[in-house]
Write a protein that binds this ligand. Structure first.
Ligand code: DX5
Ligand code: ZN
Length: 216
């Protein structure tokens, strides 16, 4: 299977957002990665539901929504109504993660669970069979443009082993510091999907950059 590419709009030009969305629509990208930050779970605030709704009106590819917010259950229905297709919550932000995952599924979305760099794969042992995607953070969440944490490769190996042991089917997505160099090694380690923000939108030819990531 070819690598799934999910450009993160956090690095897009918000004054010309439509142009960047059209670029992604017409590129080899598979999803739109939308980063929702509440200033509590992470030390930054990004954008919220009104913008997600507007994006969903012109996006021609699924919305891969990454919630970096505390108590995400409060907003699951709202993110469905705003057009989300994949809804990913943080393990560290959910006291009743199983209930949260059920809630996401009951709203007809794919459910993802994200782990911070310090959170071990082992915490997924009793939830992996119930989810569609694991989003491994390869930077500390909150900001684009940070450098990649090398331990991520070893975490992918551990996650692959857990998925095989449980005989289940889960997409492994990696978020943070992805470029052609880290992306190649991530795909070799077993990543199915790559998020890329600054590497795509700061490049001189974003369409070409997406195509190059897709070829990894
Ligand atoms: C970080 C976000 C990422 C971010 C990635 O908290 O979850 O999705 O946009 O940005 P880059 O690709 O620049 O590391
Ligand atoms: Zn993200």
């Amino acid at each position: 299977m070819q690598t799934l590419i999910s450009p993160s709009l956090l690095a897009a030009d918000f004054m010309n957002l439509k142009a960047d969305i059209d670029m992604v629509n017409n590129s080899d990208a598979d999803w739109f990665h939308l980063d929702i930050m509440d200033g509590v779970f992470v030390p930054n605030i990004s954008y919220g539901l009104p913008l997600v709704s507007q994006i969903s009106k012109i996006a021609k590819k699924p919305l891969d929504v990454h919630l970096m917010i505390v108590d995400p259950d409060r907003y699951i229905e709202a993110f469905k109504k705003a057009g989300s297709d994949i809804l990913t919550v943080h393990y560290e932000a959910c006291t009743h993660l199983h209930r949260t995952v059920q809630n996401i599924h009951s709203h007809g979305m794919k459910a993802g669970v994200s782990l911070n760099p310090h959170t071990p794969i082992s915490v997924l042992e009793d939830i992996i069979q119930d989810i569609d995607l694991v989003l491994l953070m390869s930077v500390n969440p909150g900001f684009g443009g940070q450098s990649f944490i090398e331990n991520t490769y070893a975490k992918i190996e551990k996650l692959k082993a857990l998925i095989a042991e449980k005989n289940t089917d889960v997409i492994i997505e990696i978020d943070g510091g992805v470029n052609l160099e880290t992306g190649k090694k991530l795909v070799e380690a077993g990543a199915d999907a790559l998020v890329a923000g600054s590497f795509v939108f700061n490049s001189t030819n974003p369409t070409q950059t997406i195509a190059e990531l897709k070829q990894l």
